[in-house]
Design a protein around this ligand. Structure first.
Ligand SMILES: Nc1nc2c(ncn2[C@@H]2O[C@H](COP(=O)(O)OP(=O)(O)OP(=O)(O)O)[C@@H](O)[C@H]2O)c(=O)[nH]1
Ligand SMILES: [Mg+2]
Length: 387
């Protein structure tokens, strides 16, 4: 059998190389993480290796935390490698190294012990093809590697019998993911209650467009009395952008640029069913601007503050954005640009890290159509690419 091996800094990059070189039909036979020793990782960073073939039909393996290579025969080695040997006493060797270093390595020392124990206790996981396929599919859909691995392992341990059918595996994964996804349900616009809902977030994520979609749906489909407030006097053209929508949908609109104007606008709209507030895009790194936004929102005392995030963002940037915007009192998340993202696996990590439910999802520029209330089972299917 012809097998090629590919190495890259992330599993995703390695999978991309497989797809590019061997085509979409290639089967991933085995993956493993290299440089798992602490010192090797310090010196050379993370590295992943995938063995793939265009000929199907062998047992597949999950990545291992220990450098215990599978015994693969390779007659076309893309990148030949030495099979690393697992030293029985490597924990002790690292400990000696660390003692020569600074006491800061104490923590790492205990980590080395843990790794050593794992090396002894972790069995090589043999996965049926459909399970392994689900694992690599998740990686390609931007699910973080450790999350994908954890899901597959949990699925294996929860199931009494191994699932051999790819559809059944994905359905089970969708069920597990769906249980993790918290959703808030739609905005409740009660008659005459003047419910105030603000949208906040980084620049250009789609706040104004989403306000237009929400306003149009509440006004034209649900026949609610809706008012708009723009707090974005910062960017040239921002007020005009919202006013254009207000004119088309025929809604009252107020522009506020001071706390006093904010109080007055809220008072004028007090007997409407819903007040949607558009705010200026803020860099999450700009503490001062975030504090300004916070003071302005404090005057409005909004019932809900939806953080708008673009699905195109990476996990780290999305979670740190959510952390920084928490200061303005965010209550839920709207995810935009689902149509532009290669995969939505990042949203699973965002859901895990940020303590906010999803409220709405948007997947296009069309006002008012490209918006849906977030539903956990549907979002889980979207994350797995089966919706
Ligand atoms: N593909 C796609 N584009 C979107 C979506 N939502 C908004 N956009 C586009 O994203 C761009 C920016 O949208 P805006 O609504 O102006 O974004 P914003 O967050 O209000 O921007 P600032 O006010 O400048 O911070 C526009 O071209 C929108 O049409 C979506 O779900 N999918
Ligand atoms: Mg805007």
């Amino acid at each position: 059998m012809k097998i090629k091996t590919f190495r890259a800094k992330t599993m995703q990059q390695a999978l991309n190389s497989v797809r590019q070189e061997l085509g979409p039909e290639a089967t991933v036979l085995h993956t493993r993480e290299l440089n798992t020793g602490l010192i090797a990782r310090f010196l050379r960073g993370r590295q992943y290796e995938i063995a793939a073939s265009t000929e199907v039909g062998v047992t597949t393996r999950m990545p291992q935390t220990v450098t215990h290579a599978a015994n693969l025969e390779s007659d076309v080695a893309h990148d030949r490698y030495e099979q690393p040997k697992l030293e029985p006493n490597y924990g002790a060797r690292y400990r000696d190294d660390f003692h020569r270093q600074d006491t800061r390595y104490d923590d790492l020392n205990s980590l080395a012990k843990q790794l050593q124990q794992r090396a002894v206790h972790t069995p090589q996981r043999q996965l049926h093809g459909s399970m392994f396929q689900a694992y690599t599919d998740m990686i390609e859909l931007d699910v973080e590697e450790n999350v994908a691995q954890e899901l597959i392992e949990r699925l294996q341990s929860e199931l009494a019998v191994e699932l051999h059918d790819a559809f059944a595996v994905r359905a089970e994964l969708a069920r597990m993911i769906s249980e993790e996804l918290d959703v808030s349900g739609p905005i409740e616009a009660s008659v005459g209650q003047g419910r105030v809902v603000a949208l906040v977030g980084p620049t250009g994520v789609g706040k104004t467009t989403t306000i237009a979609k929400l306003a149009a749906n509440f006004r034209l489909r649900d026949n609610k009395r809706v008012g708009l407030i723009s707090v974005d006097t910062y960017r040239i053209g921002a007020v005009e952008q919202l006013r254009t929508y207000a004119d088309i949908i025929d809604l009252p609109m107020e522009v506020v640029s001071s706390p006093r104007e904010m109080r007055e606008a809220i008072a004028r709209f007090a007997d409407l069913d819903l007040v949607l507030m558009d705010t200026a895009g803020r860099s999450p790194r700009d503490e001062v601007k975030i504090q300004e936004l916070r003071s302005m929102l404090a005057e409005a005392e909004p019932d809900e503050v939806h953080l708008v995030l673009s699905a195109v963002g990476g996990v780290r940037s999305l979670t740190s954005t959510a952390e920084r915007f928490a200061a303005v009192g965010t209550t839920s998340m709207i995810v935009t640009k689902l149509d532009e993202a290669n995969g939505l696996g990042n949203l699973l990590s965002v859901a895990r890290h940020c303590n906010l439910p999803f409220s709405y999802l948007t997947d296009g520029q069309n006002v008012p159509d490209d918006i849906q209330v977030a539903k956990s089972n549907h979002l889980a299917q979207q994350i797995l690419g089966i919706a």
